[in-house]
Design a protein around this ligand. Structure first.
Ligand SMILES: [Fe+2]
Ligand SMILES: [Fe+2]
Length: 302
């Protein structure tokens, strides 16, 4: 981890920059948000940054940490060698550093802008993953958690790359995101390789059950967080007296299926390389969810 130790943010940013990328901020799909005055738009971008930081911290300290801690305890994988387990523990330690780095950034941004994060709203993803793991039962549950982490660790880099490349985003935020992206690029490779090592050796029944849940895990990661978005809009009751309605309209505007499939492509590509889609029933589930074009015709994942 090579994060910037001393982060100082100008308020307002001397660069005239913003704190988050409009292209990554779902609320900015809505015409009413696009037409807001400059001050409110800037503030909403700060709230989007806060939400992104909170989401990532909760993800990495929650399901990611639990899955990595659980690798040692997985039943039926005595062949997973110690080198892999040690690398997983190293990644777990890095995720803790990412959490600390993001919390520091959130404090700095709050100090610099006076915009407080949305508090007391759990990111929807955390609850959805918990429900999927518990719903899968004691035998399948730990595998669901691990494969959710393979999904999240193969998808996280895409957003980080887009954020660090946006020239309007203030350099302090881009520097932190850049440091995170470097680590996550390595994590992506590790988890893709882990999938490739695990999948062919799993029991066929487990592969089928797990494979059928993967489209839902991808959907959980990529889904809009309606509660958090609604709480952001509720800060402006004079403009958004009915935030839930705007959020629903944002959901309707949020990208045709092809865009969603492109967002999912890093995970889908990793699963294709592991052989997950060789099972036609599983391939059909991916196609039905919109993550691939069809059982036989898949998206290019580059
Ligand atoms: Fe991370
Ligand atoms: Fe990671």
């Amino acid at each position: 981890m090579r994060s910037s130790a001393a982060l100082r943010i100008d308020a307002p940013p001397a660069s005239g920059g913003v704190y988050y990328s409009e292209a990554l901020a779902p609320l900015f799909l809505h015409p009413v948000v696009q037409r807001l005055d400059e001050a409110r738009r800037r503030e909403l971008l700060v709230l989007h940054l806060h939400a992104y930081l909170e989401f990532t911290v909760r993800l990495e300290r929650g399901p990611v940490k639990e899955a990595i801690d659980g690798i040692d305890g997985l039943d039926g994988v005595p062949w997973l060698d110690e080198g892999v387990r040690a690398a997983a523990r190293g990644i777990g330690a890095e995720e803790q550093e990412h959490g600390a780095m993001y919390e520091r950034l959130a404090r700095e941004v709050e100090e610099a802008t006076g915009v407080t994060p949305i508090r007391g709203v759990e990111p929807e993803l955390v609850g959805r993953v918990r429900a999927l793991v518990e719903g899968a039962g004691p035998a399948l549950g730990p595998w669901v958690r691990l494969f959710f982490v393979i999904v999240s660790e193969t998808l996280i880099t895409g957003d980080l790359r887009r954020l660090r490349r946006d020239p309007r985003v203030v350099p302090e935020v881009r520097a932190v995101v850049d440091a995170h992206a470097r680590d996550e690029a390595r994590h992506h490779l590790f988890f893709s390789d882990l999938c490739a090592a695990l999948w062919p050796r799993l029991d066929p029944d487990l592969r089928r059950a797990l494979g059928l849940l993967l489209p839902e895990l991808i959907g959980a990661y990529l889904g809009l967080d309606r509660a958090v978005l609604g709480a952001m809009l509720a800060r402006y009751p004079e403009v958004f007296p009915r935030p839930a309605r705007i959020v629903e309209e944002v959901a309707m505007l949020s990208g045709p299926l092809a865009d969603r499939a492109r967002a999912a492509a890093p995970s889908v590509g990793a699963f294709q390389r592991c052989g997950v889609l060789q099972d036609p029933i599983v391939a059909r589930a991916f196609a039905d969810a919109g993550w691939v074009r069809g059982a036989a015709q898949t998206w290019s994942v580059g």
